[in-house]
Structures are given as structure tokens and as C-alpha cells.
Ligand binder design. Structure first.
Ligand code: NAG
Ligand code: NAG
Ligand code: NAG
Ligand code: NAG
Ligand code: NAG
Ligand code: NAG
Ligand code: NAG
Ligand code: NAG
Length: 702
């Protein structure tokens, strides 16, 4: 049996893109730098932990971050009378279909605790590790022959430079299985004053910490303690407010750690031979022994990345003549590396992954679909399973409580989240609804790959609670005799008046999709389908139109005539692209779908869009039979990826903004694997590319 599946795996690999060919394509996009970037590091990492390096392979000149899934911090609670505990926050009430509903919005009468709940917990930059040059104040300009290569095939970052006539060679690796960075330094300067420093920052209350996280000059606000464990190991305990974690350092040969230097939390490490290997591990618990070694980290990283590139799906555009193919291939390869490092975590990732902090390091449940779906579509389910469905199961109690508090059945998923399952107060946070059907999208995607009782059981409780809420949230409008969504609500685009927003196109289509999946889920298990789900699904308001095209929401003024409405996320394109056509109810009006796509192309303020819009528009173009337009969207001038593949935030959000990378991977998976009903044709590329594209391992999208 095992032999057979091994044989099958090898056969499918051979039929698709061979291992040497995959390796050649991947390594042709190895990242090379000869100076530090001002905006992005080069990273080694494993999805739950990442180390961001400057041109020295460490954090010598640019304080890029070391971040994790578990490293969080709370500032102390406010001391304002009546606002000293989380329980003192009561939210805001709004009239909702004739009754007062409590929403998790900032309450001006509870300003201090509302603000505290927004800013806490915040994600920690665990430390900085860099080179010191004896007594000298050295800048990056003082180094010569700087050169750096990130090998995507093995996860190795090699850096070298010359200082005062002597070369320094550095290799930096992350352990796939622990929060550990391993560093090899080779230089005779190690015996002449070249050393390392370890420093520890204190966070601030800014929403965005980009490109760097934390401050190294707020020494009195936190404390560190060095403990020498053996001649070759030391542990630094870092305590800040209620948070404590440990940095474990182990080294080869003779060396010592001293410090901190007066008035700082900066420690120094010096070796007494020209080669040293360090293993630096971070954790909430204190260890007395190093948990791994440099050579074990190196071989684990080599194995992990080789397996990553050889077992997942693959697109090889290297034989395509069109020069656009090379740029698309570069984006595809680097996006896979970066999303594995930054997004394959045990919770959904934040938009900036483990590079820096956006929204205090929290993650957004409506963005989870973009971030996590690529792991499924590129046949890397184990990376998806790190966070799903466990995050939903873990957040079920707070989501059931949220719905109950608001007078709804089921579970209402929160928005801007942290591992506690709390949703941060916010006007948009409280009124956004498109995160609700995401569990159905994930569950159905998983079921298509793994049909069977185990998949059904894994998701059943989550889907049931989700569908119960969705049915209960829809409001029976006795005069129009349809179920309305909102008001108050924010649609995907977050730029409308929530008191006027009713029946947005994307959310209506997504509610139908979600309820269809929930009904199917019960039917597959031979369980009864709750009547309310069917009633709501079959009674949903029709998709709203304006000028023969789909509108953001029903009755929106000036839909295709005002620039106030033709900007931000054009989510209407998602009803025939990201979403399959409806499985129940009236079919889409295809003339309207086409006109919507044409009007978006003609009128939309795409310069003001965020990047995942382009992946979404590309999927819409694909289903409309226009792969040429899909490629144009994926290479749109506003949709930028820097030299190392980091998605550039643009005018609205800081860099990196990983939903861009994810949307590119979801769209290209659709180009490679087609979708249900794509007429037996599996590739959807510009005509001139078709004969030269090689793909392996894709399943059709829904
Ligand atoms: C540094 O890299 C840039 C971009 O790859 C290249 O144009 C430049 O020639 C390199 N400089 C050196 C000194 O190698
Ligand atoms: C921060 O405080 C909240 C509320 O008391 C708590 O649920 C959470 O666990 C704390 N997180 C950390 C990292 O201390
Ligand atoms: C929506 O209505 C509420 C009253 O229910 C009001 O407090 C709020 O300011 C309104 N919001 C907007 C954006 O007009
Ligand atoms: C290094 O720079 C700091 C701050 O600019 C200065 O105080 C110190 O004297 C300098 N040290 C040397 C050795 O130049
Ligand atoms: C450079 O190296 C020489 C020996 O090769 C040494 O005498 C000198 O102090 C070094 N200078 C600096 C700035 O480290
Ligand atoms: C402390 O460091 C921050 C950068 O982290 C800098 O903006 C600020 O000016 C520094 N403050 C002082 C007093 O040096
Ligand atoms: C029913 O729908 C109509 C048309 O959208 C709307 O004007 C009316 O306010 C809705 N009724 C209620 C009770 O929400
Ligand atoms: C709409 O156009 C007006 C006038 O040209 C301009 O001032 C405004 O910034 C535009 N608004 C948006 C959202 O693009």
C-alpha cells in the first residue's frame, strides 16, 4: 500500500515537472542583494517564526524583526475609574431592524478601555542580533564586497562582506520545527574584535510598526537578566509588563556573553577562534539545554524546503517566450517562499506576516481566506491544517457568545483578532460580515481533496454554528418578502454608509454559497437540514443592479457615475471568480457579469486599490474566458513585488501586504488547474503560452 502510494507520488511528479526542473526554476529566482533594503529584510523562517536579516545576514544595521506566533504583550490596563478591567468595556448599541444590538465598537464613554482593547495584546519583536566591530562605529558603507544570496531550495541565507581587509562569511538558517535561528560565522576578525550583540526592544502603541518593530531606547520600561548555563550556553530572560520569554544562546568553541552595557539591554558575544556556530532559540518556557544544534537545523531546513518544493503543485513557465511570463514566474516562486515563511502559522497570519506589525500584530478573520486558501490550492494541506479548522474551534465559544449577546443564533466570527479569540473594538470591525462564510469555503475546498467522514466531522460543528448565525442574521423584510443583509453593515469595500448599506452583491452571493455548502454538508452526513437555512437561502434578496451591471449594494446612489462609489475593493467581481456561479436560486445574469467587469476596467480607481483586488479581478477574467486580461491584472503597475518578492503596500497600507501574494497564488492555481465546468480544459493561459506551460499537482477550483 505504502509502496503503491509512493509509486503514485513519483509517477505524478514525473508526469508533471521533474525534481531537477523544479529545482532549476526555483533557484533561478534566488534573491541576491549587495546592500540592505530600507523597507524589507531577507527572511529565514517556518511560518510560526521568522528572522529578518539585513545585508550582513543578521540585524547589524537595520533592526528588522524576529517574530513569532506566540510572542505577545499587554501594556498595563488603564487606571481610569470604571475602566480598569476588560469587563468594564460594554461596547455600543445601534438600532438594528427595530431593536438595540450591542456591537464591539469603541465607546466614547469608555474611551480608555476601548483603546486598550484595540492596542492589546500586541505582537512582540523578540530581539535583534547583529555584528559589533570592536570599539569602532561602523556603518554599512564601511563594509566592502557586500554580497548576499537567499537560496530558496534549502532556506539558506549566505552573506559575505569585507571589513578592514578581512572577509566575513555568514550563513543564516531557521529551524523548520522550532523558534530557532542558526548562524555560522567564519572570519579571522572574530579574534580581533568582531563580535555579536543581542538587544531587546520595547513595543509602542502605534497601529503600524513598519519597517521596524519596537524601540531599543526605552530601557527603564522593561528588564532583562542574563544567566550563564554552561561554558557554551546562556539564557536571557526578558520581562516586559506581564510578558516574559527566554532567548537561549548556544555556541561552539570558546566564547562568552557579557552585558548588558550600562543603560541598555544590549549584550555582547565574543568568540576566540575564527569560526563559530550559534543556535539562538526563543520560547515562553526556560530550557536548561539547547534543543538543537547548528548542523541539525541545517539538515532540517534543507529537507523541509526540498520537500516543500517537490511535494506541492508547480507551475513552470520557463519555456514561455513572452517576457511577461518571467515576471509572473518570479512572483509565483517568491510568493510561495514568503507565504510559507510568514503565513503558514498556527493562527491566521497578520497582513504583514512576521516581517513587521500592522494593526498591532493582530490578524483579520476576513483576510484569512486570502492568506490560507493558497496552501489548499497548491496542494499543501498540512500548512493549511496548522491553523484550520483549529482556530475556528478555538474561537467558537467567544463567537457563540458574541452572537448570543446580539440576539442571534449560532456563532458570529470576529474580525481583528488575537489568539484569545477576542475581536478588537472598531466601527468597521463590528459591522463587516464577509468573514462569516469563510469556513464553508475552506471546508468545501478540503472536502474536494479529502472527501470522507473525517473531513465532514472536522468541520461540522463550525459549519453548523456558522450557518445558524447566517440564517439568523438575515432579516425577513415583510414588505419586500425577501431576506435582507443589513443595515447596519459594512460591505467588503468598507467605504459606504453602514446605516444605508443593505444587500451588497458580494455578501448576498457569499451567503448563498455558504448556506449551499452547509446544506450539502448535512446531506452528506445523512443529517437533517435546519429549515431556517433553506428558508433564508431560498428567500435571499436578489443581487442588486445599476445600469445593467451589479452594484455594491441595493440602492447605492450614483453607482457607475460617481467616483465615490467606483473605488476600493470591487467585490462584485468576486461573485464570478473567487466564488463559483450559484448552486441554487436564480442563475447569474451573464450580461451583467460581463458589463460589471468592463465597467470596473474602465472606471474603477485601481490606483487606489489594494493588491488582492488584482488577484480577484484576474479570477473574474479567467471565468469570463479572458486569460490575457488575467495576466494583465496580475502584472498591473499598482500590483508591485519588490526585488525579494515582498508585496508592496502602496498608497494605503505598509509593505509587505501578503494578501497580494496569496491572491496571486490563488489566481495562478486557477490558471493552471481550471475550475469546475471549464470544459475539460485545464490550462487557462494567453494563447501563445499554452504549448509551453508545464504544470503539476493542481485540482480544479470550485
Ligand atoms: C549591486 O546590485 C545591483 C542590482 O542587482 C547591481 O546593479 C550592482 O551592479 C551591484 N553592485 C555591486 C557593487 O555589485
Ligand atoms: C492580555 O490581556 C488579556 C485580557 O486580560 C488576556 O486575555 C491575554 O491573555 C493577555 N495576553 C498577554 C500576552 O498577556
Ligand atoms: C448610524 O446610525 C447610528 C444610530 O443608530 C448613528 O449613531 C451613527 O452615527 C450612524 N452612522 C453613520 C456613519 O452615519
Ligand atoms: C560612536 O558613536 C557614538 C554615538 O554617535 C559616540 O558617542 C561614540 O563616541 C562613538 N565611538 C567611537 C569609538 O567613535
Ligand atoms: C585593521 O586591521 C589592522 C591589522 O590588519 C589593525 O592594526 C587595525 O587596528 C584595524 N583597524 C580597524 C579599524 O579595525
Ligand atoms: C528612541 O528610538 C526611536 C526609534 O526606535 C527614535 O525614533 C527616538 O528618537 C529615540 N529617542 C531618543 C530619546 O533617542
Ligand atoms: C424592506 O425593504 C425596503 C426596500 O429595500 C426598505 O425600504 C425597507 O426599509 C425594508 N423594511 C425594513 C423593515 O427593513
Ligand atoms: C473624485 O473626484 C473629485 C473631483 O475630481 C476628487 O476631488 C476626489 O478626490 C475624487 N474622489 C475619489 C474617491 O477618487
Amino acid at each position: 500500500m505504502r509502496f503503491l502510494s509512493l509509486l503514485l507520488a513519483l509517477t505524478s511528479l514525473a508526469e508533471g515537472v521533474s525534481l531537477p526542473q523544479r529545482r532549476k526554476v526555483v533557484q533561478s529566482f534566488n534573491v541576491r542583494r549587495n546592500q540592505s533594503s530600507d523597507s524589507t529584510p531577507l527572511q529565514v523562517g517556518n511560518g510560526n517564526f521568522a528572522f529578518g536579516a539585513d545585508v550582513t545576514g543578521l540585524q547589524t544595521f537595520k533592526p528588522y524583526a524576529i517574530m513569532s506566533t506566540w510572542g505577545w504583550h499587554n501594556f498595563s490596563l488603564p487606571t481610569t475609574p470604571g475602566q480598569t478591567s476588560v469587563e468594564d468595556y460594554t461596547g455600543m448599541q445601534m438600532w438594528t431592524h427595530g431593536r438595540l444590538v450591542t456591537y464591539e465598537m469603541p465607546n466614547p464613554a469608555e474611551n480608555d478601555i476601548s483603546t486598550w482593547l484595540i492596542q492589546n495584546p500586541n505582537r512582540l519583536n523578540l530581539a535583534n542580533v547583529g555584528f559589533t566591530f570592536g570599539q569602532q562605529n561602523v556603518t554599512e558603507d564601511d563594509l566592502q564586497q557586500k554580497s548576499q544570496e537567499l537560496d530558496l531550495w534549502s532556506g539558506r541565507l549566505s552573506s559575505s562582506f569585507v571589513y578592514n581587509g578581512s572577509s566575513v562569511q555568514v550563513e543564516t538558517w531557521a529551524d523548520p520545527g522550532s523558534d530557532t535561528v542558526a548562524v555560522n560565522v567564519q572570519s579571522k576578525l572574530l579574534t580581533q574584535g568582531l563580535g555579536l550583540f543581542f538587544d531587546f526592544p520595547y513595543p509602542d502603541t502605534e497601529k503600524f510598526n513598519a519597517p521596524f518593530v519596537g524601540h531599543f531606547n526605552l530601557t527603564s520600561k522593561h528588564s532583562t537578566v542574563l544567566e550563564q548555563l554552561s561554558p557554551n550556553t546562556a539564557r536571557i530572560k526578558h520581562s516586559l509588563d506581564g510578558a516574559t520569554y527566554f532567548t537561549h544562546v548556544a555556541w561552539t568553541g570558546r566564547g562568552r556573553i557579557d552585558g548588558p552595557a550600562a543603560g541598555t539591554h544590549r549584550y555582547s558575544f565574543a568568540a576566540s577562534q575564527s569560526n563559530v556556530q550559534l543556535v539562538i532559540s526563543f520560547s515562553l518556557a526556560a530550557y536548561d539545554q539547547p534543543t538543537t544544534t547548528y548542523s541539525r537545523v541545517v539538515s532540517a531546513s534543507r529537507n523541509w524546503w526540498k520537500s516543500f518544493w517537490t511535494t506541492g503543485a508547480f507551475i513552470d513557465l520557463s519555456a514561455v517566450q513572452d517576457p511577461r511570463a518571467k515576471d509572473l514566474q518570479r512572483r509565483i516562486i517568491l510568493s510561495q517562499y514568503l507565504t510559507a515563511v510568514n503565513s503558514a502559522s498556527s493562527y491566521p497570519p497578520q497582513e504583514s506576516g512576521l516581517v513587521n506589525n500592522g494593526w498591532y500584530g493582530k490578524f483579520h478573520l476576513e483576510m484569512a481566506l486570502w492568506h490560507l486558501l493558497p496552501f489548499a490550492r497548491w496542494n499543501r494541506f498540512p500548512l493549511l491544517w496548522r491553523s484550520l479548522p483549529s482556530t475556528y474551534h478555538q474561537f467558537l465559544p467567544t463567537s457563540l457568545a458574541r452572537a448570543r449577546m446580539q440576539g442571534y443564533a449560532g456563532a458570529r466570527w470576529g474580525k481583528m483578532s488575537d489568539p484569545s479569540g477576542r475581536s478588537a473594538p472598531g466601527d468597521i470591525n463590528a459591522l463587516l460580515i464577509w468573514q462569516q462564510p469563510h469556513p464553508m469555503y475552506f471546508a468545501e475546498t478540503e472536502y474536494r481533496a479529502f472527501p470522507g467522514a473525517a473531513t465532514l466531522a472536522r468541520w461540522d460543528a463550525v459549519l453548523t454554528a456558522t450557518a445558524d448565525f447566517m440564517a439568523s442574521y438575515a432579516f425577513w423584510n415583510a414588505s419586500t418578502r425577501v431576506y435582507d443583509l443589513g443595515p447596519p453593515m459594512y460591505p467588503v469595500s468598507e467605504n459606504t454608509d453602514p446605516n444605508a448599506t443593505v444587500n451588497p452583491t458580494f455578501e448576498l452571493a457569499y451567503w448563498r454559497f455558504g448556506l449551499d455548502v452547509a446544506v450539502r454538508w448535512k446531506t452528506r452526513q445523512g443529517k437533517p437540514v435546519p429549515r431556517a437555512w433553506l428558508a433564508v437561502r431560498d428567500g435571499l434578496a436578489p443581487l442588486p443592479m445599476a445600469d445593467g451591471a451589479y452594484a455594491v449594494y441595493e440602492g447605492i446612489p450614483g453607482m457607475w457615475t460617481s467616483n465615490a462609489t467606483t473605488n476600493d475593493h470591487p467585490a462584485m467581481a468576486g461573485i464570478f471568480g473567487l466564488l463559483p456561479p450559484p448552486a441554487s436560486g436564480p442563475p447569474l445574469d451573464m450580461a451583467a457579469v460581463k458589463k460589471t467587469a468592463a465597467l470596473i476596467k474602465e472606471l474603477w480607481a485601481l490606483d487606489y486599490s489594494y493588491g488582492w483586488d488584482f488577484g480577484m479581478l484576474a479570477m473574474n477574467s479567467l471565468r469570463l474566458g479572458d486569460p490575457e486580461q488575467a495576466v494583465e491584472y496580475l502584472l498591473h503597475p499598482i500590483f508591485q513585488f519588490d526585488d525579494a518578492g515582498y508585496p508592496v503596500g502602496g498608497s494605503r497600507v505598509p509593505t509587505p501586504y501578503f494578501p497580494n501574494s496569496a491572491s496571486l497564488l490563488i489566481a495562478t492555481a486557477m490558471m493552471a488547474g481550471g475550475w469546475d465546468g471549464s470544459e475539460g480544459k485545464t490550462g487557462h493561459w494567453p494563447k501563445s503560452w499554452e504549448k509551453d506551460v508545464q504544470v503539476a499537482g493542481f485540482e480544479p477550483a470550485m
